[in-house]
Ligand binder design. Structure first.
Ligand code: G6P
Ligand code: MG
Length: 210
């Protein structure tokens, strides 16, 4: 194995909590029921597809224009919350583990559906750290489609069989499997039966990859 592609939200940094807070505010303002369980279904899913999942609980139908306005409202709230991020918000074990993987010669990439990836990487001090960044700005299909991971491996100059993907979402694990990658799951994805390597803490990656 030569490369490792990391999801961002919920793997490198807990922006998953900020996504939840922003969607929750939008849903409350619209009197739409929304909870953590529904939020788990949004992991790895694009902004508009996430909105569609939330609107399953709505009592009225929204026009396409209204949907775009709701998604923009959520994104503006989310971007305000992102401003508070610092390198201290990297998840436990991330800094040490990534440094060690680099030292072992692995090429490291980000594979995230988020269009806010560049800003997030800057806030947490990872601007320029990864060998490749594939994100919501360069894909047309979000996870579970493998596109974002395939683009990442292509940017690294590696084939999927030579790469692991690290994910916290079931959609992301499915994307990894569809692309022919070895899958490592943390959090929600560690409870998923189709995940190849299930981990409880980020540093366990060091004992898996070779
Ligand atoms: C990640 C998150 C999803 C989010 C998606 C799009 O995959 O896990 O919850 O919906 O990115 O994020 P964006 O920042 O572009 O709205
Ligand atoms: Mg995630």
């Amino acid at each position: 194995m030569k490369g490792i592609i990391f999801d961002l939200d919920g793997v490198i940094v807990s922006t998953d909590k900020l996504h939840y807070a922003a969607w929750k505010k939008m849903a409350d303002d619209e009197s739409i029921y929304f909870d953590e369980q529904i939020n788990n279904r949004l992991r790895g899913v694009s902004r508009m597809a996430s909105l569609e999942i939330i609107l399953e609980k709505a009592n009225k139908t929204y026009t396409d224009e209204e949907k775009l306005a709701l998604a923009e409202k959520k994104n503006n709230l989310y971007r305000e919350l992102l401003k508070e991020l610092t390198p201290a918000d990297r998840l436990p074990g991330v800094t040490k583990t990534l440094d060690e993987l680099k030292a072992r010669g692995f090429k490291l990439a980000i594979g995230s559906s988020s269009k806010n990836t560049p800003q997030i990487l800057k806030y947490i001090g990872f601007d320029g750290f990864f060998d490749a960044v594939s994100d919501g700005n360069n894909i047309t299909h979000s996870k579970p489609d493998p596109e974002v991971f395939l683009k990442a491996s292509e940017m690294l100059g590696l084939s999927p069989e030579d790469c692991y993907i690290v994910e916290d979402s079931t959609a992301g694990i499915e994307a990894g499997l569809a692309g022919g990658f070895s899958t490592i799951g943390i959090g929600d994805a560690a409870l998923y039966e189709r995940t190849l390597y299930k981990i409880r803490s980020f540093d366990e990656i060091l004992g898996i990859v070779k």
